[in-house]
Design a protein around this ligand. Structure first.
Ligand SMILES: [Zn+2]
Length: 276
C-alpha cells in the first residue's frame, strides 16, 4: 500500500512517497537542491524520508529546510528534520502560525498522511542562496492554500510548484481551496521564465509551462461553461455529473470535503469574473 520512489534530475534529488492504490494516489514529493531541502513529506512516511535525508546530508550537507506551505504532506516532518540534523526551518510568513500552533485536519487527511507535530519556522526571504551557487526565488501562489508559494531557480527554468500543478485537468477541489486565487496564481506564474516543474506530488514534469497553461485554460473554460449551464437552469448536481462524472469514493471518504461538486460550486463562485 505504501510506495517510495527516488527522483534524480540534474542537481536535484527527490523522494516521492505515500500511499498508492487503485483508487488513491497520494504520493508526496520532497526535494534537495544545493544544501537546501524543499518540503519534508508526510508524517506517516518519516522512515522513508529520514533515510533520504540522511543520505542527502551525508553526500551534500543539508543546511536548511524550506517549506512551500503548511499542509501536513509538505511540512509534516519539518520538526523531526530540524531536531535530527539541527538545521533551521524556513517557511512563507503566512505559514508560520499554522506551523507553530497547528491547524484543523480532517480525519481522512489524518488517515492518508498522519498527524504533524508543530514546528517553529522563520520567514523565508524573497531571494536566497540554496547552496552550491543555486538561488531560489519565492513566488506567491495562493489558491490551493492561502500561504502557498513556489520556488523558482532563476536562469535555469526550474520551478518547485508545491501543489500548484498536480494535474492538467483536476476534477476535485477541497472545501478550503480558492479557485479564483488559484487561477490568478496560474496566470501570474506563467509570466516567469521556466519549463521544468518539480511538482509536490507528481515528481518532475517536463514541458511544465505548457502543462500549467493547459491547467489554466481548462479551469477558465470549466468556469465559463458551468456558469452558462447554471444560468440556463441546470442544477449543480446535474452539471457536476455531466461535466466531471459522478462524485465517488474520494468524496464519500472525505465527507464531501474533497469533491467534484466543490469544483463546480467554486466555478460558480467565480461568477462575477468573466471566463467566457
Ligand atoms: Zn497542500
Amino acid at each position: 500500500m505504501f510506495k517510495t520512489e527516488r527522483i534524480a534530475y540534474g542537481p536535484v534529488d527527490g523522494l516521492q512517497t505515500g500511499r498508492f492504490g487503485a483508487s488513491v494516489n497520494t504520493m508526496s514529493s520532497c526535494y534537495r537542491i544545493g544544501h537546501t531541502l524543499i518540503d519534508t513529506g508526510p508524517p506517516n512516511r518519516w522512515r522513508a524520508v529520514r533515510a533520504f535525508v540522511d543520505e542527502q546530508h551525508e553526500e551534500h550537507g543539508i543546511e536548511r529546510v524550506v517549506l512551500t506551505h503548511h499542509h501536513e504532506d509538505h511540512a509534516g516532518n519539518a520538526v523531526r528534520i530540524k531536531k535530527h540534523l539541527g538545521v533551521p526551518v524556513f517557511a512563507p510568513k503566512a505559514s508560520l502560525d499554522p506551523l507553530a500552533e497547528g491547524f484543523p485536519i480532517a480525519w481522512y487527511r489524518r488517515l492518508v498522511w498522519g498527524l504533524p507535530e508543530p514546528v517553529a519556522a522563520q520567514p523565508v526571504p524573497d531571494l536566497f542562496p540554496a547552496g552550491d551557487d543555486w538561488r531560489l526565488k519565492k513566488i506567491q501562489a495562493p489558491g490551493h492554500a492561502t500561504d502557498m508559494v513556489c520556488y523558482l531557480v532563476p536562469d535555469h527554468g526550474w520551478l518547485f510548484t508545491a501543489d500548484l500543478f498536480i494535474a492538467r485537468k483536476p476534477r476535485y477541489l477541497r472545501g478550503d481551496e480558492d479557485l479564483l486565487q488559484l487561477i490568478a496564481s496560474l496566470r501570474n506564474i506563467l509570466t516567469y521564465d521556466f519549463d521544468t516543474l518539480f511538482c509536490g506530488h507528481r515528481g518532475v514534469v517536463e514541458n511544465g509551462r505548457s502543462a500549467l497553461r493547459d491547467k489554466l485554460r481548462y479551469l477558465e473554460a470549466l468556469c465559463a461553461v458551468v456558469q452558462r449551464r447554471h444560468k440556463s437552469g441546470e442544477s449543480i448536481r446535474h452539471i457536476t455529473k455531466q461535466m466531471l462524472g459522478r462524485d465517488g469514493l474520494l468524496s464519500w471518504l472525505s465527507g464531501g470535503d474533497f469533491s467534484k461538486e466543490n469544483m463546480i460550486l467554486s466555478c460558480l463562485k467565480t461568477g462575477q469574473h468573466q471566463f467566457a
